[in-house]
Write a protein that binds this ligand. Structure first.
Ligand code: OXD
Ligand code: MN
Length: 597
């Protein structure tokens, strides 16, 4: 399939290490994929679902000990430990290669080695990059062809270049004691063994498009971020693009595909999804920051997805989708998960494959049960999604899940302050990764598990990008949909109504609305958040005032926890953060500020 000696030599080397019975190159053709799907069904890797109700859909189960990303087994193997930084697990590359060579030695005996050339990003884009994943999992192949542009064309795009990411994966024995998800940023290499869960094995995604790409971006003056990208089209047909970072399971996919509230729909607003998880951003010729979604699919969390929370995601799963670790409804050979609907399930298998009904005491789907669907299934996929130029980003939004501290929305004073706002992001922990203590954790830019190098250097890179972009830099905001009342109920309705907050953000970046200076940034004047039609949810101007309130005593406590977090980075912490913290403390000690334009 290629004459590229760099590729051929590497594949040969991996073949002699893993010793497969057979090697199959994925060419990206429909015929080959159809055959592989049949083979996967014959091998019992996945089961076809009801062809009338869910055409082209399959269900798969991972091993019960292998259901999520494993941060405690994820390593950044840079030559120097300090280059991985205090938030990553580190191991010297020689030591890790030696350990892994022993595990990979002969691991594919009796198995087929699949070679998947893939391109992250549209062909022809100066933002796109090629990877090759070698795997012995047919499930990985069938997911990768949904999640990335795979096959012959990726090799053509690579040409005879040596600039490709080398991904090696084997399901091994699924032994969790020897599970390793390892990254060698200096070699552009990823080695993953003993897992079959998407986040650990679809190497184009978190491993390449975030961990390795973040290192590449730093060297090459661009950014790889854990961000959704969406476009908001106003009734005049002008679209403003926003990139937004949220920790796992904070509703990123829901926000990326949101359906405008009735009033906005009637007025002619549209929301377009460019991507739901990862953004690669680079300065364009016009000086602005442009973004692509390097992926071609959604690897979304199924539980909680329904016609109210995310109709566009649910519709995306109705054909050509691979489900993992959800309920298999045997009644009509479909799938189900908690939060899908209230239908009683009487004859089903749970995510572990055990008989299950709605009356069973345990949940039927794993809380991190997933669907893999191609972006073209999504009714609101942006017409610009495949544009090699990407889309121009006007606003960067950070968010987290905080019950009390963070207000509904605020705007950073400037880029430097915005980097500080991103660096103090925090959220409750989720089940997308196991091995984490429950509670609030700092998750700067939602990149804590995904930054491939020292986070202090990563922040420095953000400051540098700000200098590069100058006056063209996007404005930075923070949102929190998750404030609760004294009974612990969410106050803000969220979902489609989040457009009301994005609307303020768009107005701000377009210079159409003023703001109020608060201790933590510019806040909206309460009357500038559009609440028309929210009376039914009991939302009034008073509610908005409450949601925008900045409780200084809580923020003072937060300052202490920020200091503790920053202390981990020692002298490497950018000096700007000490200044930002000191300024914040000063503002917290002062009376409220003025209205600004
Ligand atoms: C994901 C995650 O799977 O962030 O997208 O965990
Ligand atoms: Mn994610």
């Amino acid at each position: 399939m290629t004459a590229n000696q760099n590729v051929l030599n590497w594949v040969e080397e991996m073949k002699s290490l893993t010793k497969p019975d057979k090697v199959v190159w994925i060419d990206g053709s429909g015929e080959q994929i159809d055959l592989l799907r049949k083979q996967a069904v014959d091998e019992g890797v996945m089961k076809p679902l009801n062809p009338e109700k869910l055409p082209g859909c399959y269900i798969h189960r991972t091993a019960v000990n292998d259901v999520a990303r494993v941060e405690h087994r994820t390593f950044i193997c840079s030559k120097k430990e300090e280059d991985a930084g205090p938030t990553n697990n580190w191991c010297a590359p020689d030591e890790m290669y030696a350990k892994l060579r022993a595990l990979f030695d002969g691991v594919m005996k009796g198995r087929t080695m699949y070679v998947i050339p893939f391109c992250m990003g549209p062909y022809g884009s100066n933002l796109s990059k090629v990877g090759i994943e070698i795997t012995d999992s047919i499930y990985v192949v069938l997911n990768m062809v949904i999640m990335a542009r795979c096959g012959q064309k990726a090799l053509e795009f690579l040409g005879d270049s040596n600039d490709f990411v080398r991904g090696l994966h084997s399901t091994g024995e699924l032994d969790d004691e020897n599970r390793y998800i390892t990254h060698f940023p200096e070699d552009n290499a990823i080695w993953s063994i003993n897992s079959g869960y998407g986040g650990n094995v679809l190497l184009g995604k978190k491993c390449f498009a975030l961990r390795i790409a973040s290192c590449q971006g730093r060297k090459e003056n661009w950014m790889a971020e854990h961000m959704l990208i969406l476009g908001i089209e106003n009734p005049q047909g002008e679209t403003t693009y926003i990139a937004a970072a949220f920790p796992s399971q904070c509703g990123k996919t829901n926000l990326a595909m949101l359906i405008p509230p009735e009033g906005y729909k009637k007025a002619g607003y549209k929301v377009w999804c460019v991507g739901d998880d990862i953004a690669w951003l680079r300065q364009g010729k016009d000086g602005r920051l442009w973004a692509i979604n390097p992926e071609t699919g959604f690897f979304g969390v199924a539980p909680g997805t329904n016609m109210k929370s995310n109709p566009n995601a649910l519709i995306s799963t109705q054909k050509d989708t691979i489900f993992a670790n959800v309920v298999h409804n045997l009644e009509d050979n479909t799938v189900w998960w908690e939060g899908l609907n209230k239908e009683p399930i009487t004859n089903a298998l749970d995510w572990k494959g055990n008989p299950w009904t709605s009356d069973s005491p345990e949940k039927g789907a794993h809380s991190n049960g997933r669907f893999t669907s191609h972006v073209s299934n999504c009714p609101c996929i942006s017409p610009e999604y495949d544009n090699p130029a990407g889309v121009p980003i006007s606003a960067i939004v950070f968010g987290g899940r905080r019950a009390k501290t963070a207000p509904l929305v605020y705007q950073a004073f400037d880029w430097e302050h915005g980097v500080f706002v991103g660096s103090i992001m925090s959220s409750e922990t989720t089940s997308a990764a196991i091995g984490l203590a429950a509670g609030v954790r700092r998750d700067p830019m939602a990149m804590l598990p995904f930054c491939g190098y020292n986070m202090a250097d990563y922040w420095r890179h953000w400051f540098d990008m700000g200098k590069l972009l100058g006056k063209n830099a996007p404005k930075i905001f923070n949102v929190n949909w998750f404030r609760t009342d004294d009974e612990g109920n969410f106050i803000w309705p969220g979902y489609g109504d989040n457009l009301r907050v994005l609307d303020w953000i768009v107005e701000r970046v377009n210079g159409k609305v003023g703001a109020v200076e608060t201790a933590i940034g510019y806040g909206p004047k309460p009357e500038n958040i559009n609440i028309d039609g929210l009376e039914k949810d009991g939302i009034t101007l008073e509610t908005i005032k409450g949601l925008l309130m900045v409780d200084k005593s809580l923020w003072k406590e937060d300052v202490n926890s920020i200091k503790q977090f920053y202390a981990k980075f020692g002298d490497r912490l950018p000096a700007q953060f000490r200044e930002q913290l000191a300024d914040l403390e000063k503002r917290l000690a002062q009376p409220p500020g003025e209205e600004v334009d």
